[in-house]
Design a protein around this ligand. Structure first.
Ligand code: AMP
Length: 506
């Protein structure tokens, strides 16, 4: 990419308006419906470049407005082909947007639908875990923009319900996540199905060497667009580090929620078991909390998310994978109950707050044992994060009053003391640090190595789709994209959610 152009935008001059990009009146009307006044920095940078037909490598987290940054110019470009014919042949797939998860696919599809609502362009979303029939019907009717997770997309290609031979624009959204989830082979298969002559847009929150390698392999002289320095954290997020003893962390979360009168907060736990325990304990303390993680059913996760969005739940305790791609408007605060094993996950986590220009707080609870993880994060974001005391917080002694917190807390500590690393709550962990990481203290991501990432991957969320008949334990239970294995390949993994407590009682 030697002749890359590069653009870095931190702020958008208030004078830039959507009208300035030459977008059609139909698109501008849809934007007015959304209440958008000015483009965000990534939109200001990306829209003109995409309209020129250039390839783009965008360094942007979810929450920066990147979806409109690529959707709006795509809709504009495709308007040249827009028509109201009933013939499917007049509506070939011209733009393909790939996302790592169903949730993100759904969100992107909602946005595309909203922005194109006054145009004759058609769009649809295909992802796994859903009946294929309605998706097939939509594809057969003809659709210009398809938003998809990789596995289900390949299912449709295989069943010949989808033809990609006229696709002129490819978007890879959250490319880093797709690599993490082991989708590289599926991505390569999909790329091979597309015409050679096409426009490629790739967006990624982080720019690891493997992302650059992928970019080099399929982008053509891309314009690099950054809304903030690579791997830097959003400037409108205030990062706060509180030193708290492991046993007192759950009380500390309750204290913070009450002191700050938080009505919507995501608490990140490194483990599924940890997430359930924290949610249960907060419920015992009279707070409205629920856990979402890979041992919860799709229906439970959706219900918890909906309740959270509607205000029925104040605290969503989530693992990294479960929280991926969630777009919750105006989330004022996230709390890292555990520091993530991987410094890049810290960037993703705190990107849940401070979205689209709003202010947010990212609070992390750390113990002495987290020092090394904190150093990793500081190196990545190039910023010092000094731990402070949590003012006014006096942990109760004799944690038995808190529903077994003492016992569980001690167990947690005992487990950590067994190992050298101090990484908490290994039982039920979504990912243990690799041995080399433990030794070096660095959470490096070396090359595409799905096998090494398996333990990080939470089966439900890693699975972009589930084969239809029978509804299965999928290949992705083992971290392998489902298109590669049969549903009979692996026995049903024991679901422990029932043992852990699920949805809130109220
Ligand atoms: P995204 O990063 O695409 O997930 O967008 C994050 C949030 O910002 C979404 O809720 C969008 O609806 C919102 N958003 C996107 N563009 C704008 C804009 N120009 N002005 C205000 N909000 C926006």
């Amino acid at each position: 990419m030697s002749d890359n152009q590069s653009a870095t935008a931190q702020t958008t001059p208030a004078t830039i308006r959507f009208e300035d990009f030459g977008l059609s009146a139909d698109i501008l009307r849809a934007l007015a419906d959304q209440g958008y006044v000015n483009p965000t920095p990534i939109q200001a940078q990306a829209i003109p470049v995409v309209l020129q037909g250039r390839d783009v490598m965008g360094a942007a987290q979810t929450g920066t407005g990147k979806t409109a940054g690529f959707s709006l110019p795509i809709i504009q470009l495709l308007l040249a082909h827009a028509n109201t014919s009933a013939s499917p042949a007049r509506h070939p797939v011209r733009a393909l947007i790939l996302t790592p998860t169903r949730e993100l696919a759904d969100q992107v599809a909602d946005n595309v639908k909203a922005y194109s609502r006054y145009t004759p362009l058609r769009s649809t979303v295909v992802f796994g875990g859903m009946d294929m029939a309605p998706q097939t019907a939509a594809l057969r009717a003809g659709v210009e923009i398809v938003i998809a997770t990789p596995g289900r997309l390949l299912d449709h290609v295989q069943q010949k319900t989808l033809n990609l031979s006229q696709t002129q624009i490819l978007v890879m959204d959250e490319a880093d996540r797709m690599l993490d989830m082991g989708f590289l082979p599926d991505l390569q298969r999909i790329i091979n199905l597309l015409p050679k002559q096409r426009q490629n847009l790739m967006f990624s929150a982080t720019f690891s060497p493997e992302i650059k390698k992928l970019a080099n392999s399929f982008l053509n002289k891309p314009v690099t667009i950054e809304v903030a320095r690579s791997n830097a954290t959003a400037e409108n997020v205030t990062q706060i580090i509180y030193k708290v003893e492991e046993e007192a962390k759950r009380q500390a979360v309750a204290h913070i929620v009450r002191e700050r009168n938080l009505k919507q907060v995501i608490v990140f736990s490194n483990t599924k078991i940890g997430a359930s325990r924290v949610a249960r304990e907060l419920e015992k303390q009279g707070l409205k909390a629920s856990a979402i993680h890979g041992d919860k059913s799709q229906a439970e996760r959706m219900a918890a998310l909906e309740a959270f969005k509607q205000g029925g739940i104040e605290i969503l305790v989530a693992t990294d994978v479960a929280a991926r791609g969630l777009d919750i408007a105006e989330l004022p605060c996230v709390i890292n109950y555990d520091l993530p094993y991987n410094a890049e996950d810290y960037v993703h986590r705190i990107g849940r707050t401070g979205r689209a220009g709003a202010l947010g707080d990212a609070i992390s609870l750390v113990t002495d044992k987290d020092a090394r993880l904190l150093v990793d994060i500081e190196k990545l974001i190039k910023k010092q994060l000094a731990p402070t005391e949590l003012a006014g917080f006096v942990p109760h002694v004799g944690h038995g009053a808190h529903g077994g917190e003492g016992r569980e807390g001690r167990e947690g500590r005992a487990r950590r003391d067994e190992g050298r690393s101090g990484y908490g709550g290994e039982r039920g962990a979504e990912r243990r640090p690799r041995r080399d990481e433990e030794r070096s203290g660095r959470s490096e991501r070396n090359a595409y190595a799905p096998a090494q990432r398996k333990e990080k991957i939470d089966p439900w969320f890693l699975k972009p789709y589930e084969p239809q008949q029978p509804a299965p334990v999928s290949a992705l239970e083992s971290g392998t994209p489902a298109s590669k294995t049969s549903s009979a390949a692996k026995p049903q993994k024991t679901k422990v959610a029932a043992l852990l407590g699920g949805m809130p009682k109220r």
